[in-house]
Write a protein of this length. Structure first.
Length: 202
């Protein structure tokens, strides 16, 4: 597979800080994970079968670590999500924040980001709350628990839609959650709303 040429990088607007997840946001991990589940456990799931991030009631909990380990073994093969190049045009600082285990995933993650010409200012691994990894204006994530936590801290959070999060609602914090199907919709939202707020797009 040939690397994709980078888009022209936008000039950085220091007042804005974007947090960006990897799996389900930059990397198309969902279908490959279903293949791992099939190969390891013989359980055949379609995307529409899955209504929970951790496959509750469909995959034994005790097998999840083995599944995630195999996914990390194959992480470099993941395709980027459609429109992922827009991350290079985000008008501000970009911190990639992930719950991938650093000891297993840092090298392959850095190699994957470099191969796909994804620009970032820092790469942060955490086992805790993503909101504590920086002072974010915006965040892009797909995990319902992360989205709720980020929104509860006052961060405008784009939730990349997948079957496992489509039915999620976040109560009083729901107005801070912007549901998007892809990066193009983030681009459109920022284009409209940053201009309204008088902030430069870069």
């Amino acid at each position: 597979m040939m690397g994709i040429p980078p888009r022209k990088q936008a000039s950085v607007t220091p007042s804005l800080h974007f947090g960006v997840d990897i799996d389900g946001v930059l990397a198309a991990h969902f279908l490959p994970m279903l293949e791992v589940i099939r190969d390891l456990l013989g359980i055949h799931l379609t995307p529409d079968d899955v209504r929970d991030y951790y496959f509750d009631g469909q995959v034994p909990r005790e097998d999840l670590e083995r599944i995630f380990d195999r996914c990390m073994d194959e992480a470099f093969k993941l395709q980027p999500t459609p429109g992922y190049e827009f991350v290079n045009a985000l008008p501000g600082k970009v911190s990639i924040v992930t719950h991938r285990p650093a000891e297993k995933a840092e090298a392959v993650t850095r190699a994957w980001l470099a191969y796909h010409h994804i620009r970032f200012d820092d790469l942060l691994f955490t086992k805790g709350r993503k909101s504590q990894m920086g002072t974010f204006d915006f965040f892009v994530d797909d995990h319902p628990r992360n989205v709720e936590e980020l929104a509860s801290e006052g961060i405008t959070t784009f939730m990349m839609l997948h079957p496992y999060n489509r039915d999620c609602h976040f109560g009083e914090h729901d107005h801070r959650v912007i549901r998007v199907a892809n990066w193009h919709e983030i681009d459109v939202w920022l284009g409209a709303n940053l201009e309204i707020q008088g902030l430069p797009r870069g």
